[in-house]
Design a protein around this ligand. Sequence first.
Ligand SMILES: [Zn+2]
Length: 92
Amino acid sequence: MNTWDKCKNCGGDRGLHHYETDQCPVGGREAPIGRKQEWKSTTFEIETENEVDELRKSVKELLARVEELEAQVERLQSGSELEESVRIFGAG
Ligand SMILES: [Zn+2]
């Protein structure tokens, strides 16, 4: 559990939420000194969906890139293998 996790309901850090009920602080932050902390009816919900979506997207992009590179490597390898076999064949 990280206190710096962000809440998707109020945008505040986990540590700012009510220690017993997990309720969101009004405004997503601590009340100014001298003011009573007020709590919203929502409770802490970790903001992961967007992050996961973004990660999923970058993984997809990376996989596409890897595929591209693998195809390139394959082309290069088959080219050099061909040369090599020709060389070996020629030497033999
Ligand atoms: Zn919250």
